[in-house]
Design a protein around this ligand. Structure first.
Ligand code: ADP
Ligand code: TYD
Length: 215
């Protein structure tokens, strides 16, 4: 596909939504075509499935049902939004994608890791071109806090957030060509500068030319 697909990953409160937004703004300011989106959600159907996932009691779904719902949301998002925009040559930035399923659903039930990979291969079949792991200490992420009622996952507690952080790091070590680990324990401006520099250096030639070269 002619576009460029960037994803942001990290634990809850790591600062990834802030950085996804900052990168989208910086690239748009350079005249590049950018779509900023998120998972679960992003498309109309994806957002409907999101409500089923993030609201309600922690035990609302079994781990397998939850895995299927995240993939259903992702399939709709990919079909309706991500793939068409990439085909049109845009940069698509998604706040979370498939690594979140590997890490979260894998942490909830390690026996689901193999099933998660198989479903991904069959139903999604695509990775990001570039993934930023915003690696923020769970204590700091928790202190930053976030209001709101989408709390089904955050209700799982500190020990769970630490397991997630470790699983994200392991994924980044296993896939160094795609996943760039960014120290999230710094001021947002400093992080945004680093991410923009890396992105400009990795854009495919036609987009890099539009954005004024490789930084
Ligand atoms: P996430 O999407 O990972 O849950 P957010 O980007 O929503 O995280 O950030 C969580 C909170 O922390 C927000 O209130 C945001 O303004 C704040 N925040 C984000 N990045 C930083 C940073 N580098 N330093 C301090 N606060 C931050
Ligand atoms: P999100 O809105 O990104 O939460 P936050 O802003 O707190 O990072 O995602 C909602 C929750 O869903 C979040 O706790 C992570 C979880 N999640 C999964 O468990 N699996 C997935 O595949 C995705 C995309 C998210």
């Amino acid at each position: 596909m002619p576009g460029f697909f960037i994803t942001f990953e990290g634990i809850d409160g790591s600062g990834k939504s802030t950085q996804a937004r900052r990168l989208a703004e910086a690239l748009k300011a350079r005249g590049l075509p950018v779509t900023l989106t998120r998972e679960p959600g992003g498309s109309e159907g994806g957002e409907e499935i999101r409500r089923l996932l993030v609201e309600g009691a922690p035990g609302r779904w079994s781990p397998v049902t939850e895995l299927l719902l995240f993939n259903a949301a992702r399939r709709d998002h990919l079909e309706r939004l991500v793939a068409p925009r990439l085909e049109a040559g845009e940069i698509v930035i998604s706040d979370r994608f498939a690594d979140s399923t590997r890490v979260y659903q894998g942490a909830i039930d390690p026996s689901l890791r193999a099933m998660a990979e198989e479903i991904h291969r069959l139903a999604i079949g695509r990775e990001a071109d570039l993934t930023f792991l915003i690696d923020t200490s769970p204590d700091l992420a928790a202190r930053r806090g976030r209001p709101g009622r989408e709390d089904r996952f955050e209700a799982k507690g500190d020990a769970f957030q630490r397991r997630l952080a470790a699983a994200f790091r392991a994924l980044a070590e296993a896939e160094p060509a795609r996943i760039v680990r960014i120290d999230g324990n710094r001021p947002a401006d400093e992080i945004a500068d680093e991410i923009l520099r890396i992105t400009l250096a990795r854009l495919p030639a036609p987009l890099a030319r539009k954005g004024g070269g490789n930084g």
